[in-house]
Design a protein. Structure first.
Length: 247
């Protein structure tokens, strides 16, 4: 039984075809990295995968069950979704924001076990010092890390991230990468949208590159090379010379 898969995934926005005939699978302990130009449909694909948008054709499956048939409470107890961070003009404490990630298992008020889990998650990604701050006082990078913690607190089977490195300095990017590597070692499935090919090459077992005009290419991390990236992003190969470990 696969952890997550998409079969014949096709999506239109109005009459415009965004992607079609997508097929991929992510098993426990595997990472799929999605690359592509702005407007190629990376965020749209994630939203289709999770049932937030409806496929025109095809389906996505969690443990062989169509995602569209799974109740939201059950779905989000198994999938953690980490969207692109937006400024939250809300005076909610960080610890309380992370506790919201437990809402599939909290019936009335949080118990000690939930608070312990939230504090442990903050500590595990190195931001326990933020727990009593309010979300509206955080920088964009700090907020991104808090959203990351909120998604992980419920011990999901699958972690889906939409450009998690956005707004993060190198130190916090490093924290995110290390955490994702630990999650992978713990048998979690990971799907990540990223604009950083070096991070994709470090993390991923499978690479999906979305092109405009609904085309795509799927393969292993050998796809992350200067020739392929230059072709996919329509830039000179030499643009990627700064990535020293690429051939």
């Amino acid at each position: 039984m696969s952890l997550f898969k998409v079969e014949n995934g096709t999506f239109y926005r109005g009459s415009k075809k965004i992607f079609e005939h997508l097929d991929f699978e992510v098993n426990a302990g595997e990472t799929l990295a999605i690359l592509g130009c702005n407007g190629a449909g990376k965020t749209t694909l994630i939203q289709c995968c999770m049932g937030l948008l409806s496929w025109k054709n095809g389906d996505s499956y969690l443990q062989d069950k169509p995602v569209r048939t799974i109740q939201h409470k059950d779905l989000f107890s198994k999938i953690a979704y980490i969207p692109q961070a937006k400024n939250l003009n809300i005076a909610l404490k960080v610890i309380d924001m992370v506790l919201l990630g437990c809402n599939t298992s909290i019936h009335f008020t949080p118990k000690k076990e939930h608070k312990y889990r939230a504090e442990h998650t903050l500590d595990s990604i190195g931001i326990s010092h933020l727990k009593d701050k309010t979300c509206d006082s955080l920088s964009g990078g700090e907020l991104q890390m808090v959203i990351f913690a909120r998604a992980l607190v419920n011990n999901p089977l699958l972690v889906i991230l939409d450009e998690p490195e956005s707004n993060l300095d190198f130190k916090n990017q490093h924290k995110v990468l290390i955490t994702l590597e630990k999650l992978k070692d713990d048998g979690k499935g990971i799907i990540i949208n990223t604009h950083y090919p070096q991070n994709a090459k470090r993390l991923a077992d499978k690479i999906l590159i979305l092109h405009k005009e609904s085309k795509h290419i799927l393969g292993d991390k050998s796809l992350v090379n200067k020739k392929q990236l230059g072709k996919s992003f329509d830039v000179e190969y030499s643009f990627f010379d700064y990535l020293a470990d690429l051939n």
